[in-house]
Every structure is written in structure tokens, then in C-alpha cells.
Ligand binder design. Sequence first.
Ligand code: NCD
Ligand code: ZN
Length: 342
Amino acid sequence: MEKLTLTRPDDWHLHLRDGAALKAVLPHTVHQFARAVIMPNLKPPVRSLGDAMAYRDRILAAIPPGKQFEPLMTLYLTDNTSPEDIIAAQASQVVKAVKYYPAGATTNSEFGVTDIRRCDRVFETMQQVDMPLLLHGEVTDVHVDVFDREKVFIDQQLIPLQQRFPNLRIVLEHITTSEAVQFVLATSNMAATITPQHLLFSRNSLFKGGIRPHYYCLPILKREQHRQAILQAATSGNPKFFLGTDSAPHGRNSKETSCGCAGCYSALHAMELYAEAFESVNALDKLEAFASFHGPDFYQLPRNTETITLTKTTWRIPDALPFTETELVPLRAGEEMTWKMV
Ligand code: NCD
Ligand code: ZN
């Protein structure tokens, strides 16, 4: 296949940051996607409807002139989120979901939830008003091996949560394991986003010839057998699985350091990366539904009507992009890609 025309896709998991960083990265997403679910892990996080409305205005102001883009806002769940916060958020139509980060799990998660059971009143309300819950599905217990944190989260926290709130619509974000695939398949009201890095790379990529900080994200890349399981899920045509890049920009200086931040930057070339992953298993015919249909269907939003086109063109990913006072190293910097968005 030389040319691929798809309904314009959406990104159901995106970090845009704020200020100068927002201005640097937003054009990449706007070029590829019509809408994106915007993660609330700013410093301080987006905790109230007021925070979300103000952040949304800053995003709208940063859209390049003449371009269309709709940010779908989320609230950051804390120990202090109240049922009233949920009701106000749902009534606004601006906030589309609530994001759960276990305290200490990842970038800017120090305001996160200390014990998921503390939020049961909030989950009860979310279930009632049908507000989706987005999960960073990892335990933070330092005694649990970093490669097992997703599986342990499912066993210890997600299964009981789902049993307490069987009608709560949940997205298990950025799944990385065959256990997550199995659990999502077996559970109603449960969907999952999948990133390009988890489709394309196993944990070997973290250590290829040396330590590779730009492949470090959370949840961490897993064994090859897990990569194959999520690639199978993404390309299966099952509507429970949809696109969420988790593109998470960090300046070069905070990645290439003695204690580097987690996050891969893929907004520049997200659709090209997904196309390559789908092509690797001869499943390009399944890309459109994964990228453009399953997400809006889950979120109960209309599908986009415009289209995008990718062509078979070889090009080189830049070594770095301008980013605030530093630079941003995109995923697979300096390497060749075989698909290019027109
Ligand atoms: C994200 C970030 O940098 O905000 N990093 C990441 O590795 N995915 C946070 C997150 O989604 O875990
Ligand atoms: Zn994320």
C-alpha cells in the first residue's frame, strides 16, 4: 500500500504541559488530531472545573491561527475531590473524564490518591452521572518489581474497584502487559488506550548498546511477549482498544541526567508510528477504527468527518526540536520512518 486515507483521528491520552512548552508542542498534535484528552498533571494539577476551564482557554489560545482543535479536559483526582466537583464537571460538558494517579507513581503525581478506597464516594457519583474514570494503572509499592506494577494494580486494586462499581466506565490507560489485555477483554465497561512506544518496542530498547533515556516512560516498556499481546489487541478490531499516545514532553536536560524523567515524545509523528506498528502485522486496514472510531464511540462523542492522508515516503525524524530554553528529543530521533502524513 502506498497511500492511506483515514477519518481524522483523535488522541485519547495526551500531555500538553503549559506556557512555553504548550506553545512548542501543541502544533504537532493539532496537525495530526482533531481532538485530544488532555492530562491534568500540571504543577499544580487541574483539580477543579475552574482549573480545567482556565487551562482549556490557555490551550485554545495556543492553537496556531486557522487550525481546528478541540481539547477534551480531565480533572485530576485527589484525596479531596468531592462528589460536588464531579457533578459540576459533568454539567459543564467541558470535562470529559477524571484521571486517577496513585500518589508518587509518575511525573507530577505527588497530589495523587493515597488509597483508592478513599475515593469511593466520588466513584459512586461518577458511576451515577456516567463520567469515565481514567486510570494510571500501576501500584507504587517500592517492594513490587517495576515490571510487575501494572499486573499487581489489576489484581489488588482494579478487580475490587470494578466489583464495587460495575457500571463505572473505566479506561485503563497506556496498557503494557498481556494481563491488562486479558482483563480488559473480560470486563464490561472497561476499555484501554495503547501508546506507539508500547506497540513498537520491548524493554530491550531501553538498553540497546547503553542506557537510552528517551525510551523511558511509565508504565515502563515490558518484555517482547507483552508487546506482541498489546499489538495483537490494538490490531484486532476490538472497540475496547483505542489510540492514546501518552506523548509526554520533557526537555533534553531532564531526560539525559542522573535521574531522568519518564515520558516519550511522539506527538510529532504519532500516526506514522502507529502506521508502522500496524503494517508490521499486515493490519493497516484496522488502523482507522483504532485511531478514529473506537475512542469517540467509548466517550459517546461524534466521530470526526474530515480525513487525513499518509503516504509511503521515507523521511528522517529530527534529532531534536526547539522546546522552551532547551530542546526536545522525539521518540526514535534521527531514525528513518516509512510513512509520512501529508
Ligand atoms: C507522563 C508525564 O511525563 O507527564 N510520563 C510518562 O512516562 N507517561 C506521566 C504519565 O502519564 O505517567
Ligand atoms: Zn500519561
